[in-house]
Design a protein around this ligand. Structure first.
Ligand code: PEP
Ligand code: MG
Length: 325
């Protein structure tokens, strides 16, 4: 089966009726570009930079970050590389941090909240990202946005980093795209506002499910309740896609849902055209896409979305998949 999949490595991911889907790779360290490229990914949809910051006593400086980001940008040879700013907190802790003691770290000072409270960290990362943007198609992705105010403060800091580079005559991509993760229910419900102020959006379903269902994504005792097919989760995904379409902005899924072949048809049917996943999943997901007809999928997805009972959704999705198996 693996050999059969290898044969579609350079085949474009297009449905039977001609709808193209971009399949991108999630990476955690620069060396992951090797598996990303081997998988036939048409870019990096999520580079989780926090791994550069974890398990060490000092923060990586601008030069070290720049070299890591540049390596990925160059290795992907003109394909887009979406680099997420530091998403620290909750399950990912910095070595020496007091936020370890937060009573509820998933709801605490994490990700963009943390970076806005430590602007020098954000500034250094923005300078490194901007410098790397001169060497490839870098896009910046902000995690855990919940308010427009956070986005506006972020934009001010990004502008400040741009200005400082301009003053030093250091080149960067002036048109660099700024995207936001939609992974807090508030952001999904308010997706139209975010769609207007962002260049692109990426749905982080791991956290979106966690926060929508109040299920700790790392707690085994409630893992049976962690379900991407919950109608509330599907509605939030749909709201985000509709907002993106309304304002002509690209939207992707970069959570685990994107790499689950049992969910590929549903996501394509909901209108998703970009999926970013662990490189090991790309060929299997592509093989699903090559067999589907989008027109049928969107009709089925509408039927599923009209259901508000998870127990009715699950058999519908199984049938949906089985028809093509
Ligand atoms: C997500 O939340 O779905 C996501 C992609 O980010 P992470 O898993 O790093 O929180
Ligand atoms: Mg997340």
């Amino acid at each position: 089966a693996q050999q059969k999949l290898q044969r579609i490595k350079t085949t474009k991911a297009v449905t039977v009726d001609g709808i193209a889907i971009d399949l991108l790779a999630n990476i955690e360290v620069p060396e992951d570009v090797v598996s990303a490229k081997a998988s036939g990914a048409v870019g990096v949809g999520l580079y989780r930079t926090e791994f550069l910051f974890m398990n060490r006593s000092e923060m990586p400086g601008e030069q070290e970050q720049f070299e890591a980001y540049k390596h990925v940008a160059e290795a992907m040879k003109g394909y887009p590389v979406t680099i997420r700013t530091l998403d620290i907190g909750a399950d990912k802790q910095l070595h020496s941090d007091e936020i370890v003691t937060a009573t509820n770290p998933a709801l605490g000072l994490r990700a963009v909240r943390y970076c806005l409270s430590e602007p020098h960290i954000f500034h250094t990362q923005f300078r490194a990202l901007l410098r790397a943007s001169h060497y490839g198609k870098v896009k910046i992705l902000i995690p855990m946005l919940s308010t427009l105010a956070e986005l506006r403060q972020t934009k001010l800091l990004l502008q400040r980093a741009k200005d400082s580079l301009s003053q030093q005559n250091i080149p960067f991509d002036e048109q660099i795209s700024l995207g936001g993760m939609i992974e807090i229910p508030a952001a999904a419900i308010n997706a139209e506002a975010f769609a207007q102020e962002l260049d692109f959006m990426s749905i982080g379903t791991n956290d979106l499910i966690q926060y929508t269902l109040a299920i700790d994504r790392a707690d085994d005792t409630v893992a049976h309740l962690y379900n991407p097919l919950h109608p509330a989760v599907l509605k939030l995904i749909q709201l985000t896609i509709q907002a993106a379409e309304k304002y002509g902005k690209p939207v992707s899924v970069c959570g685990e849902m994107a790499g689950d072949i049992k969910l590929t048809r549903l996501l394509v049917g909901l209108g998703m055209r970009q999926l970013s996943m662990h490189p090991s999943q790309i060929l299997s997901v592509k093989s699903q896409i090559l067999q589907c007809e989008e027109a049928i999928l969107s009709r089925q997805a509408k039927k599923i979305l009209s259901q508000s009972d998870l127990e009715k959704i699950e058999p519908l999705v199984r049938k949906f998949n089985g028809e093509f198996a």
